[in-house]
Design a protein around this ligand. Structure first.
Ligand code: SF4
Length: 228
């Protein structure tokens, strides 16, 4: 098996980057093991697709697609991400990065070099539950990335999103996340993603189905909340 660091490719979507026609590069590997993660095989892989294959595909889509989404797994663990992002930008595509926010150094590099046009950062859980939900001790790194993105929000737009499984996060936990974002000066839309684990056996923890959630209480605050 190749150890390219790239797991798979979604050749076309309009759902991931604000309606833009995009492809998604899925990077292998992750430094978290979120209990609700349904990408476990991807997080445990070292990659299956060669970089040449990816580049060949991208060149064939110039003038057809608007953007390339770098996702995973955790894309910022891919050491050569700046080189690849530069290659993508030079072809004329916009670049979106999906991240768990645990590599502020890489995020800063991408922003400083003008290699990313939009970011989506996952806010997995409030501080007191972060370790339990993500099986990682990366809260400080995540906070550093969040601060960095808020500092640069005029330069590079971004969104914050939380996947909500009711067995892991309570309504109070979501309120804590909103409180933290508000205190930091984040006033863009906050996205709540309902966790629909079809097959819990492939996640890092066996979880019951997530219960219906009451979102009304989060509407009308300083931060607009949307569900998707
Ligand atoms: S859900 Fe968690 S474990 Fe899964 S890919 Fe994302 S950050 Fe990694």
């Amino acid at each position: 098996m190749s150890e390219s660091g790239i797991y798979s490719l979604t050749k076309f979507t309009k759902l991931d980057f604000q309606g833009k026609s995009s492809c998604i590069i899925w990077f292998a590997g992750c430094n978290m093991a979120c209990k609700f993660c349904y990408n476990k095989p991807l997080t445990e892989s070292r990659g299956r697709l060669s970089l040449e294959h990816i580049k060949e595909f991208l060149e064939s889509r110039v003038g057809i697609l608007d953007a390339v989404v770098l996702s995973g797994g955790e894309a910022t663990l891919y050491r050569d991400l700046p080189d690849l992002a530069k290659y993508i930008k030079d072809l004329g595509f916009l670049v979106k990065l999906d991240t768990n926010g645990t590599n502020p150094k890489m995020i800063k590099n991408l922003i400083d070099e003008g290699l990313v046009d939009y970011l989506a950062i996952d806010y997995k859980a409030p501080k007191d539950k972060f370790k339990d939900v993500t099986n990682s001790g990366l809260w400080e790194k995540f906070q550093a990335s969040l601060d960095l993105l808020i500092e640069n929000q005029e330069k590079v737009p971004f969104e914050v999103r939380t996947t909500w499984h009711t067995a892991l996060l309570s309504e109070e936990d979501v309120a804590k996340i909103l409180e933290d974002l508000n205190s930091k000066g984040y006033h863009q839309t906050f996205y709540l993603q309902k966790c629909n684990l079809v097959d819990s056996s492939i996640a890092f923890a066996v979880l019951p189905q997530s219960e219906e959630i009451n979102l009304k209480q989060f509407m009308g605050g300083k931060i607009p909340v949307e569900v998707r």
